[in-house]
Design a protein around this ligand. Sequence first.
Ligand code: EPU
Length: 342
Amino acid sequence: MSSLSAIQYDFPLQTLNTFGIAAKAHAYLRVTETEQLFGVYADAIWATSSKLVLGGGSNLLFTQDFAGLVLHMDLRGREHVRSDATHHFVRAAAGENWHAFVQWTLVHGYAGLENLSLIPGTAGAAPIQNIGAYGIEIKDVLHSVTVFDAATRSTREMLAAECRFGYRDSIFKQPAGRDLIVLDVTFALPRAWQPNLRYAELANAVAQQNLAAPTAQQVADTVIAIRRRKLPDPAQIGNAGSFFKNPVVSGAQCAALLEQFPTLVHHRQPDGSEKLAAGWLIDQCGWKGRTLGAAGVYPQQALVLVNQGGATGAEVVALARAIQADVQARYGVLLEPEPVFI
Ligand code: EPU
């Protein structure tokens, strides 16, 4: 059982979560080979203990120490799998850094992921919450995912259609996917690439540079510049990106809110529902730049909660609850957190 001898105990997780919360794991295993997962799930004790699959730690909030086994996915490798008449297929192992993978695709001439530049975290975590930014979600370009199924102790390929993708959601966050661990992700990137400038802020930033026909790398650089301006770098200040999802309400509820709040930021969805800008709602409630203990609301983007240094998970939760209560009282809308609470 050599794979299990690498398990470490009472393991500090502060540098393994982008919020920088000082939690500990009872047990910790860095997974560099799929074989290690077979070892864990074949073991009488570890197979039934609680487990946390950890990628880049950029979408979770530790509110306490973790009493089970952390499986830190560090499988590596990225490759061009094949090309056909219409697409290039490229693959990243779960532990690859997402942004480094996006850059690698661009350097090799495979365009299509550029709008998703600079999103923190790993490639393996990307499908779990169906990461999205600047007009693209990973579901738009994902071909398939290789998973380890802990229930059957086997690996298999799942096509995008089986992943039940939704806004910041997938089967991997749902009960039906609780036994699945992502091993690698394959993308189908169109050979006939066109820049996706549907997101107004990105289109404006590209236009300002007088780029008549921007390359994918130029789009990536523009996305990087926007993100650097608006979002805190987790290496400098602890955070998990957007802390709340943008709430989706009915067309009727949105219309009623607009009568009272004419400047409400909303985006009509294909099914007639309306997505509201949580950042705007929080900002309007006066939370931008405010703090509660060592937790705070980022001054440049009210949707991002930050660890100002030494914050506990409980402090971040208290701040989140206070924001939720204010937004609920003023707008009658419940904000749902985006990160997973541990
Ligand atoms: N706004 C404010 N005040 C604020 C923040 C935003 O008034 O403090 C307004 C903006 O002016 C804008 C609207 O709210 O009119 C929406 O803001 P923005 O365009 O910055 O995007 P977002 O809705 O805040 C979403 C994603 C981000 C993604 C961007 C760009 C969610 C929860 N967030 O943010 O994703 O990068 O769009 O596509 O869907 C993440 O998930 O971690 C994340 C950063």
